[in-house]
Design a protein around this ligand. Structure first.
Ligand code: KIV
Ligand code: ZN
Length: 378
């Protein structure tokens, strides 16, 4: 049977850490409902101890969702854990997400804590969270730069205290796929099989999706990410990319309704005020736009020639041609027809040459109205 991978969506928490982004409670509820419908197994709603407004937003999301688990972040501090548990009180399936930096860099420089104190803090915090909720996730922040033996010890301490999920983030996005996969495999083999190992990758080297896929191959049963790859610095793994790769490469089932991806991407971009870059995979404006004559000719014969991903997979409206000086006769005639002017076969060459002259003069794309005007003139 095909494996099933759980999606832990953190658009509303890590995604909101995108510089300049703020989602108010209303927006979080609207997006959380869409994320639940999209198929996220877990929706991380926020970090209640960070502000009263976020505590309220988490509470509202907790009230709103019916099927997905709702997670809230907490550092290894009693106040954070209590704030998370309180905000999650209305949730049908609450998850307290406890985090502690476990690399020596984080322990020595940020937390000023010994390794022994870190293990104690993990055990105490997970125990405290477990008194309030059944599902606790422990994240070993900066896991990819931690000592592997100590990382196992932290993961085991969390599991022994009752965490049923252990997340191993590549917090600074420094890992290569083979390194990240090896870390996941090592911890997954060390822990009891009942503990779900989760992958959480940042995109500082542009490898977040590749690393997440390597983690799945290495035994991760949950993947974390944000719509449009939002997140701190260069962002998190994009959920739509990970889900599409798992589906199209037949690696695992996901429960994600990918056909909602284009619309969800648009909603998140609008709510975040962060436009999607045109060449973004799957959801960018150019993801299904073809410009060169060679490609357009292939597409007209069979879309499979130049589209590995079909627009329908992510609910995009379809492919689009732009006419430039690199386009060909067939595409120019097609665009003229789409703009309302049917070009007779004997006139195609003249129209094409006139469009080329316009494109060369412009140094860019010729829009459909101008193609129609040129075709009508010829
Ligand atoms: O990147 C990270 O380490 C995190 C943790 C809080 C899970 O976002
Ligand atoms: Zn993160």
């Amino acid at each position: 049977m095909e494996r099933e991978i759980r999606f832990f969506d953190t658009t509303l928490r890590d995604g909101e850490q995108t510089p300049g982004v703020h989602f108010d409670a209303e927006t979080k509820v609207t997006l959380a409902r869409r994320l639940e419908d999209f198929g996220a197994a877990v929706v991380e709603a926020g970090f209640p101890a960070s502000s009263p407004g976020d505590a309220e937003a988490v509470r509202r999301v907790a009230e709103a969702l019916e099927r997905a688990e709702v997670a809230a972040l907490a550092r290894c501090r009693a106040g954070d854990i209590d704030a998370a548990a309180e905000a999650l009180a209305p949730a049908r399936r609450p998850v307290v997400h406890v985090v502690l930096g476990v690399s020596d860099i984080h322990l020595a420089k940020k937390l000023r804590m010994s390794r022994a104190a870190a293990v104690r803090a993990i055990a105490e915090s997970v125990t405290r969270a477990r008194r309030r909720v059944e599902r606790v996730q422990f994240s070993a922040e900066d896991a990819s730069r931690a000592d592997p033996v100590f990382l196992r010890q932290c993961a085991q301490a969390a599991a022994d205290a009752g965490a049923s999920r252990v997340n191993l983030p590549d917090t600074v996005g420094c890992a290569l796929p083979e390194e990240y996969g090896a870390m996941i495999a090592d911890v997954a083999a060390f822990l009891d099989r009942s503990v779900i190992v989760s992958a959480h990758c940042h995109n500082d080297l542009g490898l977040a999706t590749a690393n997440t896929l390597a983690a799945v191959r290495a035994g991760a049963r949950q993947v974390e990410g944000c719509v449009n790859g939002l997140g701190e610095r260069a962002g998190n793994a994009a959920v739509e990319e990970v889900a599409a790769a798992l589906r199209l490469k037949r690696i695992a089932a996901t429960g994600i309704r990918l056909e909602q991806a284009a619309e969800l991407s648009r909603l998140v971009a609008e709510a975040a005020g962060v436009p999607v870059q045109p060449n973004r995979a799957l959801v960018g404006a150019n993801a299904f736009t073809h410009s060169s004559g060679i490609h357009q000719d292939g597409l007209l014969k069979d879309p499979e020639t130049y589209e590995f991903v079909s627009p329908a997979l992510v609910g995009a409206p379809g492919h689009r041609f732009v006419i430039t000086a690199r386009s060909g006769r067939a595409a120019v005639a097609r665009e003229a027809a789409r703009a309302g002017v049917n070009v007779a076969p004997g006139d195609v060459d003249r129209v094409y040459r006139a469009v080329l002259r316009a494109a060369d003069a412009r140094g860019g794309a010729v829009d459909p109205e101008e193609i129609a005007r040129i075709a009508a003139g010829v």
